[in-house]
Design a protein around this ligand. Sequence first.
Ligand SMILES: N[C@@H]1[C@@H](O)[C@H](O)[C@@H](COP(=O)(O)O)O[C@@H]1O
Length: 239
Amino acid sequence: MKIIITKDNIEGGTKAFEIIKTGMKNGAKVLGLATGSSPIPLYSDMVDSDLDFSDMTSINLDEYYGLAPDNDQSYHYFMQHHLFDQKPFKHSYIPNGLAKNIHEEVDHYNKIIEENPIDIQILGIGGNGHIAFNEPGTPFGSLTHEVKLTENTIKANSRFFDNIDDVPRQAICMGIRSIMNSKKIVLLAFGESKQDAIKAMIEGPVTEEVPASILQDHPDVTIICDEVAAAKLSDKYRK
Ligand SMILES: N[C@@H]1[C@@H](O)[C@H](O)[C@@H](COP(=O)(O)O)O[C@@H]1O
């Protein structure tokens, strides 16, 4: 794992942007994208850049089940607002949160991922070590699946909603095996609430109880975090 410690999330976004820019120069055509607050500075650098994504494909990690794309808490809305309105891609895929048949949607999404191998996957991390909505205990071999969100995640994500009761209890989420199949992975994490997750991901055992710990086994992962998120790391990781 390569670890980059930055002053703040803005510098972190710039570092991630540089990786994407270099990746595109080297032929990357499919970006795996994430939601949450962590990638926002990266998306703003992408929007402000002269890069053209119109011949590229994006595949998002997840979507709440039960939210319409125009609901301002949906991940569809988030991506339109932060990136796609300003920088359209040739194809942008996000799970359909209104799919009538969730099992068909899961199969459909797995096919999309299989047909479009991800060159660079952007990730955030939950305070409990989740990646996308792959909660602790999710099998490392999982493909796209239906998720029941944990109380911990519902509580953490309620900061974006008017009321905790409005947070959907289910989501459709890319599985850990699909994330691990990406050629390159860039994980962004900022702030105090990520300290324990960052330490467990980098220094702890590889265990399904900490989904992000599997990244230790990936050949090309860059962790970008700020000083605060990195505060509990042992010195050897903090150079
Ligand atoms: N499904 C998303 C994750 O993909 C994201 O990594 C996490 C952390 O979000 P933030 O970056 O806002 O801390 O939140 C949600 O649970």
